[in-house]
Design a protein around this ligand. Structure first.
Ligand SMILES: Cc1cc2nc3c(=O)[nH]c(=O)nc-3n(C[C@H](O)[C@H](O)[C@H](O)COP(=O)(O)O)c2cc1C
Length: 176
């Protein structure tokens, strides 16, 4: 029987929720990226990694990047959790920023919509959000619908977490 693990990095809880749902559906191990060591990869055939998006980067993704050579013989799938619209350009941007080595380019990326509560933002994130909002301010009336929505979500907060987003991920690994 193949052994599968869901590893996740979550600051505000959305990625953790998706990771729990996936592990629950697949009845497999669930580990926080902080607790997962490179030597643990040997215990698994399938790796599902999830991380929240932050300024385009996938949080905690260094774990996969650093160890890509150990993962060559394994099935690795990544899910990202973010607020922006899941369109073609956004997928290209996320791939370009994160899968920036030839050996990472073939990785499958899934997108799950996240949540954002302005009142919960702490530390350096506050500054990043301020910059994002300032950049989007110019688009709030004249931008695309996606830019207007992102501005609204970042200023007012939003919650798009939905179990439906895990369906294609689970389908890749379901054996029955
Ligand atoms: C500082 C900061 C930067 C963010 N940057 C992005 C981004 O570039 N793209 C995106 O889609 N969402 C972005 N978001 C939204 C988060 O990805 C979203 O809130 C997600 O649910 C976070 O995952 P977590 O709840 O597991 O921490 C950002 C949120 C914060 C706080």
């Amino acid at each position: 029987m193949e052994r599968t693990v869901v590893i996740y990095k979550s600051k505000y809880g959305a990625t953790a929720q998706y990771a729990r749902w996936i592990a629950d559906e697949l009845n497999c191990d669930l580990v926080r990226a902080e607790d997962f060591k490179a030597k643990h990869f040997a215990n698994y055939d399938n790796i599902i990694f999830g991380g929240g998006l932050q300024a385009g980067g996938i949080k905690g993704f260094e774990l996969i990047k650093k160890n890509h050579w150990i993962l060559k013989e394994k099935k690795v799938v990544v899910f990202v959790v973010g607020l922006s619209v899941d369109d073609r350009q956004n997928r290209i941007d996320v791939r370009d920023i994160n899968l920036d080595k030839p050996e990472l380019r073939n990785m499958t990326l899934y997108y799950c919509k996240g949540a954002f509560r302005p009142e919960k933002v702490t530390g350096i994130d506050k500054g990043i959000i301020k910059v994002c909002i300032r950049m989007l301010e110019g688009e709030r009336y004249t931008g695309t619908d996606a830019q207007k929505q992102l501005y609204k979500d970042m200023t007012e907060g939003a919650d798009y977490i939905d179990r439906k987003y895990i369906e294609p991920i689970v389908a890749e690994f379901r054996t029955n």
